[in-house]
Design a protein around this ligand. Structure first.
Ligand code: REL
Ligand code: ZN
Length: 422
């Protein structure tokens, strides 16, 4: 059906963005069969590392060790008191908790954390997964599957990961690229004949390791996060692992290599896993890796705001590069809007505007609610421009485009149908 007025256009866009199911291409969530790796509930929400970092800013006298020696519930109490009671929770990470509590139907006027805790006790993990996926309108999520994690490896050996098609797999291989001096030992323990100095069969054995894990978990892609000083090509262990192991395996398996570039790990180790930061990276490295390996597909996101424009332009020049998400410190409304606007202007619908990076299941609600609102706002402007220029749209065309942005473009890029699509 054709859209006749601008008001009708905006209302239709907003409703379609709100109701179109999402494929969330990068999260740290897990299916129920992965046991303790699946995090959900109020105490997990409050102890999200984004909030830990924010809490310490308001408690200059709190020794780091005091916080780390507390139980999770005590940590959550302190974060609630600091960020929600003694201050107003308008930072994006705090607002996220408010959105979640509100959409779960909890009474925000009480601000009673113990009351909220009771609410979560009524659900089993499996009921809660159903509830959150339904409330957030997320159809499927990609996990971050780490073959270097002993607990996760044990779950795979028990057959985890095979019975819930809403949880997709992604092979995460950071230690191979960022910590070879330890990683080679883990590979040896898993039966691969690798040497620290790369002698002998090391290259073939690293490839065999990757191929075995691809065979075991059938990942959508292989992924790594990289520091801000990532260089390519490079005469280093990382350079060799990329060129001689990962790229040949990605090429042969026909799966993309996902690069998340720009992390400065542990700038403040006292903050533990909340202590990472970011830096601007060299777009030249991205240009070279994608253009010299045109028969490999690359999913790329960068962490620095300053890299966003050049990354989008690099994607214009290389169809084997699909830009995705507003990652981590970019996942704030002002930056999501700026980036989404710029990307749609440069790339049309050949982009994945957002991923959630959720670590806690409940966060799917806020990360997608907040992003959908911004994506809809930008689309209203873009379709509005077309409308005022005289271009008339059918509802089906808008539905097609939005389905692309929220998942279809990803599946097209992979060259696979969305298994969860009905
Ligand atoms: O996948 C990654 O490397 C990052 O997204 C995470 O390490 C990070 O801690 C995450 O929570 C950011 O959103
Ligand atoms: Zn992540």
């Amino acid at each position: 059906m054709a859209i006749r007025t601008e008001e009708q256009l905006s209302a239709f866009i907003q409703e379609t963005v709100r109701s179109t199911p999402v494929t969330d291409i990068h999260t740290h969530l897990f299916a129920e069969s992965f046991g303790d790796l699946l995090l959900w509930g109020i105490d997990e929400l409050l102890t999200y590392h984004y909030l830990i970092a924010e809490m310490f800013r308001f408690r200059p006298d709190l020794p780091y060790e005091t916080f780390w020696s507390m139980t999770k519930q005590q940590q959550a109490d302190l974060i609630w008191q600091t960020l929600f009671i003694e201050n107003s929770p308008y930072s994006e990470a705090c607002r996220g908790v408010v959105t979640v509590l509100s959409r779960l139907g909890l009474d925000l006027s009480t601000r009673d954390l113990n009351e909220y805790r009771k609410y979560f006790e009524q659900f089993s993990s499996s009921e809660y997964i159903d509830r959150i996926l339904s409330l957030s309108g997320v159809r499927s999520v990609a996990m971050t599957n780490d073959p270097f994690d002993a607990y996760e490896r044990a779950r795979w050996e028990e057959g985890a990961g095979q019975n819930d098609s809403r949880f997709l797999t992604a092979l995460r291989i950071d230690p191979l690229l960022n910590g070879w001096d330890q990683a080679y030992l883990t590979l040896q323990q898993q039966g691969y004949q690798v040497a620290q100095d790369f002698s002998g069969d090391t290259i073939q054995e690293v490839r065999r390791f990757l191929q075995d894990w691809i065979g075991r978990i059938d990942p959508l892609y292989m992924a790594v996060s990289l520091p801000d000083d990532f260089a390519y090509p490079e005469a280093s262990v990382r350079g060799r692992v990329i060129d001689e192991c990962i790229l040949p395996v990605a090429r042969e398996a026909g799966i993309p290599f996902a690069l998340m570039i720009g992390v400065k790990r542990q700038v403040n180790p006292s903050l533990k896993y909340a202590g990472d930061s970011l830096g601007r990276s060299d777009i030249g490295a991205v240009e070279r890796i994608v253009s010299r390996n045109q028969d490999v597909k690359f999913l790329i996101t960068m962490l620095s705001r300053e890299n966003q424009h050049e990354l989008a332009v690099t994607a214009r020049k290389n169809r084997n590069l699909l830009v995705f998400g507003c990652w981590w410190f970019l996942n704030n409304p002002s930056l999501i809007e700026e980036m989404t606007r710029m990307r749609l202007e440069l790339l049309g619908g050949s982009v994945i505007p957002q991923h959630s990076d959720c670590r806690i299941l409940d966060q799917l609600i806020y990360k997608w609610d907040h992003s959908r609102e911004i994506i809809a706002k930008v689309l209203c402007d873009k379709y509005g421009d077309l409308f005022r220029a005289g271009w008339r749209l059918e509802e089906e065309e808008i539905q097609r485009d939005i389905a692309g942005l929220l998942g279809g473009a990803f599946w097209n890029f992979l060259g696979k149908p969305d298994p969860a699509a009905v």
